[in-house]
Design a protein around this ligand. Structure first.
Ligand SMILES: [Zn+2]
Length: 464
């Protein structure tokens, strides 16, 4: 399983992997935007870069990544104190500061250096069709067309990525279509985005220097349109042929945290896990649960089970808790992905979650723990964690006030150790908080939370 997973990953990454430089450039671009989801993207990129820097032992990249995490994190009101501290420690080592600052001062005003061979010359409408004309011939692999559904914004998106350069971004208008936009996506790709609340019918033909696109609203009664020639590029669609293992924390003799009004974690998380499983099943995924009733499952058996099922992702559901005197203060939803512990907060939460099965700490020696920290899985799990966190918050914010975003974090969770697939742990909220606990035991809230997590899963599979 591991081998095939790695192969798959290698293929996916050879298509989409950005170099450190490209990703940093993209992140810096996102950071400048005032839009919240771009800020999230920046934060995500910087976190990825941070992990890459750690793995590649690249001090300069680490510093840049930390700087970005702190800057974007603050804008998003994410607790980045730990990173800030790390960045600060860095600054004391003058060597790196100097090179970093020098660069900043002497660097000329940054502009995207476009390395594409063709340039977009003209954009026009001709008998209802959109024509993009280029100065030089587009070569065979310079066009990638795909469509997707943006769950959060409830829009169908049709995207043309073209290996070409553009003078300036532009917005086009066509009656009945919500949005048509052309932007320089990165230093070698321009992107044409067509977006609408309704499904559209998009056809296109490509000659040497011209791309012709017809955009039509879908009509229920299907009429055969004349002449449709599709280049041999398969559009990327959501592949539902995925295996998901959902792990409801604790169970049986292990109640997990006991919270407000003595609500028990094991009961709340089982209910949410079941909702999530049934929603994902209804959406066409293959779903397994490590426990579907109230019984005890050893931590190590949970990931072993996921490995045996050849799961694509592993999601462990938990609820957080604090001592009585802090009960009213701590609340919020947070998602963890496995890594060596960095923050004291992660350590505290992990200590709590790991407690149930302490004897197993021997089973995984430190060495085997580190060996499971596969770099691809860490990056993928980080992405999955971000998608789940965003999905859940978006769904809950629609119906409830003051849902707290406690952020995406790294932590040393033993339940995730040994998993051969991207694995995350969702702390759905604090069962000790008077308001949040009441929500967590409410079946409506549980369903909405599960729906949001399911949206996050779809988003993850769409992009990865
Ligand atoms: Zn737990």
């Amino acid at each position: 399983m591991f081998r095939s997973f790695f192969l798959l990953f290698a293929i996916v990454f050879s298509l989409h992997a950005l170099s450190n430089y490209e990703m940093l450039k993209r992140a810096n671009g996102f950071l400048k935007s005032n839009n919240k989801s771009n800020q999230f993207r920046a934060y995500n990129d910087y976190k990825n870069l941070y992990l890459r820097a750690l793995m590649q032992d690249d001090k300069k990249l680490l510093k840049n990544a930390l700087y970005g995490i702190v800057k974007s994190g603050k804008k998003l009101h994410i607790d980045v104190a730990q990173y800030e501290k790390e960045l600060h420690g860095f600054s004391k080592k003058s060597k790196y500061v100097k090179t970093y600052k020098k660069k900043k001062k002497t660097a000329p005003k940054k502009k995207i250096v476009v390395k594409a061979s063709s340039h977009l010359k003209l954009v026009t409408w001709k008998s209802g069709k959109l024509l993009l004309k280029f100065d030089k011939a587009l070569n065979k692999n310079s066009l990638n067309y795909f469509s997707k559904y943006d769950v959060k914004r409830k829009k169908y998106q049709y995207i043309f990525d073209i290996h070409a350069a553009l003078r300036a971004s532009q917005t086009l208008r066509k009656n009945g279509i919500d949005k048509i936009k052309i932007v320089q996506q990165n230093f070698k790709t321009m992107r044409l985005l067509i977006e609408d609340t309704n499904r559209l019918k998009i056809n296109f033909t490509k000659t040497k220097t011209t791309l012709t696109i017809t955009i039509q609203k879908r009509v229920l009664k299907k009429k055969k349109t004349k002449k449709v020639s599709h280049p041999a590029i398969a559009p990327v669609r959501l592949d539902r042929n995925k295996i998901i293992v959902i792990d409801a924390g604790h169970g049986g003799k292990d109640p997990g945290a006991i919270g407000y009004r003595r609500y028990r974690e094991k009961v709340v998380v089982l209910s949410i896990a079941r909702d999530l499983a049934s929603i994902l099943k209804n959406r066409g995924f293959k779903v397994y649960m490590t426990r579907s009733k109230d019984y005890f499952v050893k931590l190590s058996n949970r990931t072993k089970y996921a490995n045996r099922k050849h799961a694509d992702i592993f999601i462990s559901i938990h609820a957080n808790a604090v001592s009585l005197k802090n009960a009213a203060k701590a609340q919020g939803l947070e998602t963890y992905f496995l890594s060596k512990s960095r923050s004291s907060r992660a350590k505290r939460v992990a200590a709590k979650e790991n407690k149930a099965d302490l004897s197993e700490m021997d089973y995984y020696g430190k060495e085997s723990f580190l060996s499971t920290l596969n770099s691809h899985n860490i990056v993928a799990a980080n992405k999955l964690a971000i998608d789940l966190q965003r999905g859940a918050l978006a769904s809950l914010n629609k119906h409830y006030k003051n849902v707290q975003d406690a952020g995406v974090r790294e932590g040393p969770f033993w339940v995730l150790v040994g998993a051969q697939m991207p694995s995350v742990l969702v702390e759905v909220g604090f069962i000790t908080h008077p308001v949040e606990a009441k929500r967590l035991v409410n079946t409506q809230y549980q369903k909405r939370l599960a729906t949001g997590l399911a949206n996050g899963v779809e988003r993850y599979f769409l992009n990865n």
